[in-house]
Design a protein around this ligand. Sequence first.
Ligand SMILES: Cc1ncc(COP(=O)(O)O)c(C=O)c1O
Length: 389
Amino acid sequence: MNLFEKDKTYIASTYNRFPVAITSGKGVLLFAEDGREYIDLTSGIGVTAFGIADEEWQKAVIDQIGKVQHTSNLFYTAPCADLAELLVQKTGMKKVFFSNSGAEANECAIKAARKYAADKYGANRYTVVTMKNSFHGRTLTTLSATGQDHYHELYNPLTPGFASVDPSDAGLKELDALHGKTPVAAVMIECIQGEGGVLPLDPAFVKSLAAWCKQTDALLAVDEVQTGNGRTGKLYAYMNYGIEPDIVSTAKGLAGGLPLGATLLGVKVKDVFGFGDHGSTFGGNPVCCAAALSILRRIDDDLLANVRRKGDFLRAAFEGAKGIERVTGMGLLLGLKTTKPAPEVLSACRDHGVLCLTAKDKVRLIPALTIPDDLLTRAANVIKDVCAE
Ligand SMILES: Cc1ncc(COP(=O)(O)O)c(C=O)c1O
């Protein structure tokens, strides 16, 4: 059996993989088994924030593996504490819970919100409201939080206590009415709905929502799994919106390619968990935390300014280009509404050595934050040519 056949035979058929077998990479170049080379605008869906085999990242990982690869959370390790300190210093949040993925970071956010509300208001205040068209993960509870019915259909009964509203003034009214019936423990948003089609929420709506949360003491949780760690040109996307969330969940790019989730707890929830209230065997693993330290330390003002500059460059290249109807997103998380169907654009780009993603009906571009200008230009030209054909 070749690799494609073996994969199809032995791996559960949940993924519709591209017909590319990756063997290695360097920076934003990926090398395939058949000898082809690709410019990667996917970064493992926003994970390899500094590209493949980044030297500083590799050194941090290898150094830590040579010391101790895992201890469990029954012991103290420096990378875990150092990373929590850095996250707190860079955000003004107060404490951190570490897990292994975006879904788990959101699970923790939901548990923190429900515990806060139950401790303060009693067992009836548990509802978590999310936005229509949101995506919060694949575990049963984060799927229940996800505001897209088609994800729910196969897995009933879902976790109770979730509702979703439209991210608009009408949605705010709905939220208020809902709160009158079943008190709301928290509202969870993605500032840019990534899986939902790279759709930024309206800043006025986000501000009103934050004010509503403050007024009602419903916690504001921001899912930064896809938008975090420099992706939008700020450290976290909520920083573009002038709001102060109570809970922030992050994963994907945080450890640059190793599995790590983090839930940042603000002043209201910093002490909501006591011993045994939550946990994870692998969460805060020292190798993943050492990797994340090497990434997060380098997400400074210069790097963020470059992400914004590169995002502006792409936007200028695509806006008004033939076959491109609309450009959405922020920084290096961009969506292109193309005249041709997005899968067709992806396939043609692949033939020309450029890898992109889809998000709903859009072509999604989410390259490493450090993508060099010349490769960005080359990739943008390929996409433009493909869309114009
Ligand atoms: C906004 C958002 N939240 C949560 C998740 C789930 O993350 P993970 O696949 O790491 O569990 C994703 C994944 O795409 C996401 O985009």
